[in-house]
Design a protein around this ligand. Sequence first.
Ligand SMILES: Cc1cc2nc3c(=O)[nH]c(=O)nc-3n(C[C@H](O)[C@H](O)[C@H](O)COP(=O)(O)OP(=O)(O)OC[C@H]3O[C@@H](n4cnc5c(N)ncnc54)[C@H](O)[C@@H]3O)c2cc1C
Length: 435
Amino acid sequence: MPDEKFDCIVVGAGLAGLAAAYQMATDGLQVLVVEKAKVPGQKNVSGGRMYSHALAKLIPRFWEEAPVERAVTREGVTFMTRESAFSIDFESKKLGDLHNSYNVLRTKFDAWFSEKVAARGAMIIPGARIDRLHIEDGQVKGVIAGSDKLLADSVVLAEGANPLLAEQAGLKPPLKPHQTAVGVKEVIKLGADVINDRFRLGMDEGMAQVFVGAPTSGLPGGGFLYTNRDSVSLGIVMPIDSAMGFEHARDKRRQVPELVEDFRTHPYLAKLLRGGEVVEYSAHMVPEGGYRQVPKVLAHNGALLTGDSAGFVINAGLTFRGMDLAIESGRIAGVAVKRAKDKGDFTRGGLKEYERLLKQSFVLKDMKRFRNAPGFLSNPRMYTTYPEMISDLFETLFTVDGEKHLSRKEVRQVLMRHVSPVTLAMDALKGVRSL
Ligand SMILES: Cc1cc2nc3c(=O)[nH]c(=O)nc-3n(C[C@H](O)[C@H](O)[C@H](O)COP(=O)(O)OP(=O)(O)OC[C@H]3O[C@@H](n4cnc5c(N)ncnc54)[C@H](O)[C@@H]3O)c2cc1C
C-alpha cells in the first residue's frame, strides 16, 4: 500500500474528515482516511447536540438510520449562583418535527458515519497516527506515519482542535491561550424512563440546556446538559486562560475537574441526576477564538484545513456549534478536491475553490455574523454580576413576609445593588450587537 497514490489522504476520522471522505468517495475519487484512534469516534468529544442541516445535505434523512440519541424539543438557559437557578425554558414539538438538532454520542455516531464512508469506497485505516506531512518543493504530496510514506495529490487536514501537522508545516499559527477553551464532559447513566420523567420529555424527545455563572465558579465559560437515550451528557467549557486562573479568578485553587463535580452536585442538578452513575469522562480542547482566529489562507499547495483544525467553532452563548461547521467544511473540501482533480491542478491555485465555496456557505457567513460573540462572552459580569442580580431580584420578588411591600423603586434598588444603569445598558447593547 505505501506504493499506492491516492487522490486524497484525509487525516482524522472526525466529522470533518468523514464528511470530506464521503463526498470524495461518492464522486469516485481514491480516498484514504487515517485515524489515530483504534475506532473512529473513540477519542472524539462533543457536548452532544448536532444541528442536522449539514449532514442532511450528504445523507438525506440520516436520522432514520444513524444512532442519534434524541431530537431536541426543549431548550433551556439557566443562570446559576451557588444556591439558586433561574431558567428560561422553551419547548416546541415543531423543533423535533423539523429535525432541527439531535443529541448524539460521538463514539457511536462517528463509528456509524465511518461505516457509511467505507461503504462508499473510501479506505479507512484506524489506529495509525500521521507524524508529519510529506512536502516536496513546497507542495504537500502525502503524509508520513512511522517509516511509511503515503502519497496523494492532496491532503485534507481534519485533525481537530489541536492541528499539530498543520502547525508543524507552517500552514497555520499555533492557537494562543485566549483563543482556546477546554471542554470537560461526563456521561451519566440514568435510564430512559427516569430521563423522560425528570426532564418532562416524551419518547425520543430531548433537552439541550446551557448554564451560566456557578458552573464555572463565576469565570468566563459555561455549562451544558444534553439528554441522551438513557444517559445525560453534562460538562463545562471554559477558556484556557480562565481555567488556569489567569484572569478574573475568584477561586484560583479550583481545578476544572472539581468544577464539574461542583456543577453535578449543585442543588438544581443533584435532584435531576439523583441515582445516576458517571460512566464516561473526557476532556478536549475547543478553538473558541471565532471568526478572527480563522486563518486567512485555508487552501495551500496540496492541503486544505477543515473543521476544528481551521477554527470553525461558534460559541454564541445560547448556541454552541462545531459539528455542523466541521461537516460542511469537510463536504466543501471534498467538492474542491474533485474540481482540482478535474483541472489537474492541486496547487493553491487549483484548490482555492475551497475558500470561495466556504465564503458562500453558512460556515464563514455564520462565523462572520457571530464575530463579536467572543468579545461579549469575555465580559466577567456575565458570569458573576448578572446571575447574582437575577437571583437577588427573584428572591426579593418571591419572598412574602407581610412587612416588605415591593415597589418599582425597590426593584430598581435591587438591580442597582449589582450594576449601574449605564453599565447594564452598555452590556445589553453589546449583547444585541454580538447576535
Ligand atoms: C466538551 C465539548 C462540547 C462540545 N459540544 C458541542 C455541541 O454540543 N455541538 C457542536 O456542534 N459542537 C460541539 N463541540 C465541538 C465539536 O465537538 C467539534 O467542533 C467537532 O468535533 C469538530 O470536528 P472535527 O472533525 O474538526 O474534529 P474532531 O471531531 O476532533 O476529529 C479529529 C480527528 O482527527 C484525529 N487525529 C488528530 N490528529 C491525528 C493524526 N496526527 N493522525 C491521525 N488522526 C488524527 C483525532 O483522533 C480525531 O478523530 C464540543 C466540543 C467539546 C470539546
